[in-house]
Structure formats: structure tokens, C-alpha cells
Ligand binder design. Sequence first.
Ligand code: NAD
Ligand code: SER
Length: 317
Amino acid sequence: MKSERILVIGANGQIGSVLVEYLRGIYGENRVIASDLNMPDTKPDYFEKLDATDAAALSAIVAKHKITQVYHLAAILSAKGEENPLQTWYINMQTYFNVLEAARINGVHKIFYPSSIAVFGDHTDDTAEQYSYLDPTTVYGISKAAGENWSNYYFQKYGMDIRSLRYPGIISHQSMPGGGTTDYAVDIYHKAVNGEQFECFLKEDTKLPMIYMSDAMDATVRLMEAAKDQINIRTSYNLAGMSFSPKEIAESIRKIIPDFKISYKPDYRQDIADSWPQQIDDAPARKDWGWRPAYTLDKMTEEMITELRKKYHLVKI
Ligand code: NAD
Ligand code: SER
């Protein structure tokens, strides 16, 4: 485990900026190389500037650092992806093909590929089973469903150890989301702690699957550290944290900030949310590698508000 050399691609994003620190805590600072399109504002050590659509540049970084594991996070997410569908397809797919090939050629042992609840569409039940019919409605969802199948293809054809989770919407205090349909559930906490009213782009009763960043980190590393014979799904595992609607998250916030106000002005993201399931059945993840989330909505709300109050210097530390 200590001899791993890890490359995180898309390291400046909502997940990457937290994951890099989490992995460095486990494997050591110099064993986790972060990479993204631009240098980060802080912590430029062990960082490689990389456009992952450039196959040669990606392969050179993998070879230079003798990388053994790649976490491929770079992607354009559901809402932003709809602004330019063909560009989104190109970025999401080309970067992943380049990762798969760089890993195959350079003998990388393991790859993490994040999929999404966006792979589900109108013909999935309100609770999505692992083997639901996949008819995604966004170009992002189409690219994630294709990526899942390519992961399985490289596993079947080349024996490559690729592991994947269908993340629900991720909620974090450390980082901001980058253009998804679940982003409201992060923004709402920032508005609440700053005493502002929040206008939600989804209807009050739109229930979606979500997960707290701390649980997402735990699930990711638990999956990646599981013994190979515990991994029975090579497309992508369903993963559940919690499910709630905008009205329910507002009620949870009001238990701590009683005068918090929310209003609703649904936009194009409502259609995307309506095509996604409300809940996820993650029985295989629980059975195969022991997944259990630790956070409920109220427990997450308490921690989000505490941490954001510190971030905005609203409390003495
Ligand atoms: P994000 O948008 O916050 O970050 C993505 C990062 O990828 C950005 O820093 C961006 O600069 C980088 N990037 C984009 N194109 C690149 C390229 N060509 N080369 C190198 N880097 C590039 O996204 P995130 O929320 O951190 O998501 C990370 C991954 O997890 C994505 O694949 C996403 O689909 C998946 N995911 C996220 C969520 C969520 O709620 N955040 C849910 C499900 C799945
Ligand atoms: N949180 C992501 C999005 O809304 C789900 O993949 O796009």
C-alpha cells in the first residue's frame, strides 16, 4: 500500500481537491500527484499541469512518476454539459480513453472511474436498482454510462483492475461544485450561514440521492482498497448516502438557523432532476465490500454549518 504512486486527474475540482488531501493522508504527500488544467492557488507541490485530452502528455506524466493508480475525475457535469453537448462528450470520453490507454501501456495497476446517478433516466424506478435500465437524458449521463461499459470492456479484454462508483450528488464544505444539477444542496448552506435567503432552481419536493463528502471519501478508498475478489461489478457500483428534497434540507437547516428562508424558481435543471431516481439501492456495494454511510441529513447539516461558520469567520476558533 505504501509503495503506491497515485495520479489524480481533475484534482482542482469539488471532489479532487478533497480527495488529494485524503489520499495524501493515507499514502504520503509525495506519493499523490495532483493534475488539472491549471495550477491550483495553493499547494502547487506534486502537481502536474495537464489537459487530459492530450494523450501523449498524460502518458508522459504516468511514465515520469511511475504511476500505479489513477483516479480520473476530469469531466464536465450534468448542467454545464448541456451548454455544449458535443464538447462535453469529447472531453468526458477522450480523457477517459487516454487514461485507459496510458494505464494499459504503462502497466498502471488500478483505475478509479467516477460514474453518477445521471446514468439513470426516465425508465428507472423511483428507487434505482443496481441493474436498472440505463436511458440517460443528459450528454453527461450518456458519457458516464458509456464510460462504465468501457471500464468493463478493459477489465474483460485486458484484465485491468478498474473500479467505479455511481456517486450521488456530493455535498462538501471544503470545495464548491462545478456545474451539476445537485449543486443547490451545497449553495444552500453558504446562503444559510451568511444570513441570506436562498432561491432554489428545483421544486420544493424534488427528492434526489445525495452523499456527504466524508462518506464519499470513505466509500472511494474502501472500494479501491478492497481485495480483488470482493469486486463483482466492473461497470459501476450503485452508492447511496441519503435522499432529500429542497424542502427537507431547508427544514434541516432551520433546526439550527430558524429564520432561514427559501424560495423556488425551477429552471432547465428541473427536467434533469426529474429524470433521475429519488433513491439508490446499493445492496451489492454493502454486500461485496462492506459499504455503510455514516451521515444522515441532520448530522451533515450540523457539520456543514459548523465548518462554514468557521470558513466565513462567523465564530471564534
Ligand atoms: P468538478 O467540475 O468540480 O471538477 C472537475 C475538474 O476536472 C475541474 O477541476 C476541471 O478543471 C478538470 N478538468 C476538466 N477538463 C479537464 C481536462 N481536459 N484535463 C484535465 N482536467 C480537466 O467535478 P467534481 O464534482 O469534482 O467531479 C469529479 C468527478 O466525479 C467527475 O467525473 C464527475 O462526473 C463525478 N461525479 C461528481 C459528482 C458530484 O456531485 N460532484 C457526482 C457524481 C459524479
Ligand atoms: N452531482 C452531479 C450532477 O449534478 C451528479 O453526477 O451533475
